[in-house]
Design a protein around this ligand. Structure first.
Ligand code: GLN
Length: 547
């Protein structure tokens, strides 16, 4: 095989049916058939990227190695496929339109009228084709939103054109819809699916495969037949996508339904049985834990788990590595006070302060850190969590009463965390500058950076490596003017940028496990390859007997 084949995944009836998971799962089975797979997400909203969107609305912002701020579905793709994504794996309508408008301003359209068809659709097609390469056998392209939305029309039109241009056996459309079950009449209803496919066909796209999302009962044969007849697809191309307890079961479910076999026929892929043993082992490991731990996550967006998606997964992976089930207790930092601290944090095996932006909830996070430090509860701080650790340590142990982050108090006399105006960027090989009034989108340290570990530390013990690479997304850094003073009082600096200018990890000795890092390790944890820091944090949590 040399030409990349495309599978376009669309969604019908309503949102949140799990297109991302469906795409990632199909990708995983195809990969286990020995194919090289890439997955791309196209988001129809007009933000240029999700970087500035509220996690409460959009869920977590996932960061790639090359520093793109992307949709959280890319996290699923990496976790299911085990291969890193890049900025080419996520395009929004905003980014597409931005590119078109920039071209228009530069005069690249040579005075022509710029229209949705063909200029915008051409830009979308170029974005889709950017994932094609001699190294990719099959590219899955997930179109965000629901068929029928005004926003997704240019994307679907681009897909229609591409399907035609790619020619037979080189592309197909998998349409994921909802097939509700009516308990009063005791039957599955196919009408919403029929309407959704009718809508797709009116745009000129005939789906080849229909995945009917249903609750725990698979679709009966007569309903599948009915959907096939009304939607003009093969009878053996309608599959059930049932609710599962554990998302890592989905590839196995799809395989048992025969999804990959049908795809292989339709795309003329080489006949090959998938090796799904690693997935069988994973699902087995998920259902056989030896005990449980409860981790308290002291955050701001506790109402919506999606805003901490990768973190949630990484903790679960840490549990898998230690054969324990991980229970999550999301605690709103704003609800914590000195009076209720013991009560609120009682019974936890570990405490974690995740990344975040802004001042809301900082006092509660500092209280939780003091509690974990004093009560020797395993503790993990990430990004903003590390900033809070440094502040708490400086105030409580090093006697710097006014210690703060420039982000929380720009007038603080002791900015132990500050905005570095100039720093060497190991990723681009250039010195970067940033000022206090540069625009918010452009001043973050984003993407993968090397970090040198100090031998004999918790970090070194976890990674068993001299140099590691982790992904960043932040504006503020540790202020090295305070390093000696904090060292004197016992703060251990265990990870630095290779030139020593940036502090990447701090930790405490004489504590079962207390570590905080400037980067976001959760983005690189995978179920088949749990992240070393999450593995060791959960190991310590497992050993901790809460009061
Ligand atoms: N708000 C902090 C900064 O910009 C931390 C960011 C984060 O936790 N991702 O540096």
């Amino acid at each position: 095989m040399h030409k990349t084949k495309f599978i376009f995944v669309t969604g019908g009836v309503l949102s949140s049916l799990g297109k991302g998971l469906a795409a990632a799962s199909i990708g995983a089975i195809l990969k286990s058939r020995g194919l090289r797979v890439s997955v791309q997400k196209l988001d129809p909203y007009l933000n240029v990227d999700p970087g500035t969107m509220n996690p409460m609305q959009h869920g977590e912002v996932y960061v790639t190695d090359d520093g793109a701020e992307t949709d959280l579905d890319l996290g699923h793709y990496e976790r299911f496929l085990g291969t890193p994504t890049t900025r080419n794996n996520n395009y929004t309508a905003g980014r597409i339109y931005y590119q078109v408008i920039m071209k228009e301003r530069r005069g690249e359209y040579l005075g022509g009228t710029v229209q949705v068809i063909p200029q915008v659709t051409d830009e979308i097609k170029a974005a889709i084709l950017s994932v094609a390469s001699p190294e990719v056998d099959v590219a899955l392209v997930e179109i965000g939103g629901t068929v029928g939305d005004i926003e997704s029309l240019p994307f679907l039109e681009a897909v229609r054109q591409l399907k035609k241009e790619l020619g037979p056996f080189n592309s197909l459309n998998v349409h994921l819809t909802l097939v509700p079950y009516l308990s009063t009449s005791g039957e599955h209803k196919s009408k919403p699916t029929q309407h959704s496919v009718k809508e797709l066909r009116s745009i000129g796209i005939q789906p080849e495969i229909i995945l009917g999302r249903c609750d725990s009962t698979p679709l009966p044969a007569d309903i599948k037949r009915k959907i096939a007849l009304f939607c003009n697809v093969d009878e053996d191309a309608v599959f059930s996508a049932v609710n599962v307890k554990n998302i890592y079961e989905v590839p196995l479910r799809f395989y048992h339904e025969g999804v990959d076999q049908k795809i292989a026929i339709l795309l003329q892929l080489p006949a090959q049985n998938p090796n799904l043993q690693p997935w069988i082992d994973l699902v087995e490991a998920c259902s056989h834990s030896n005990g449980e731990v409860t981790i308290g996550i002291i955050g701001k967006y506790v109402e919506l788990k999606e805003s901490y998606k990768s973190l949630h997964e990484a903790l679960a992976h840490g549990g898998l590595a230690n054969r324990v089930a991980v229970n999550f207790r999301y605690i709103n930092a704003e609800d914590l006070s000195e009076q209720n601290l013991n009560q609120q944090l009682k019974g936890l095996n570990g405490i974690l302060v995740p990344g975040g932006f802004g001042t809301r909830g900082i006092d509660g996070k500092l209280l939780a850190i003091s509690y974990a430090r004093q009560n020797k509860v395993p503790f993990f701080g990430i990004c903003l969590g590390m900033h809070c650790v440094v502040i708490e340590f400086a105030r409580e142990l090093a006697g710097i009463a006014g210690a703060n982050s420039e982000e929380f108090d720009p007038a603080s006399p002791d900015k132990v965390i500050y905005l570095m105006s100039s720093w060497y960027d190991h990723r681009t090989g250039k010195t970067q500058t940033r000022s206090h009034d540069s625009d918010l989108g452009g001043t973050m340290r984003l993407g993968s950076y090397p970090c040198k570990l100090t031998p004999g530390t918790i970090a070194h013990q976890a990674y068993q490596a001299e140099v590691i690479h982790e992904r960043h997304r932040h504006r503020f850094e540790f202020n090295q003017a305070y390093m000696e003073k904090l060292k004197e009082h016992g703060l251990v600096f265990s990870g630095f940028s290779p030139d020593g200018a940036l502090v990447e990890i701090v930790e405490l000795q004489g504590h079962p496990w207390f570590l905080a890092c400037q980067f976001h390790p959760e983005f690189k944890s995978q179920p088949m390859n749990p992240h070393p820091l999450f593995k060791d944090f959960i190991k310590a949590a497992k050993a901790h007997k809460p009061a």
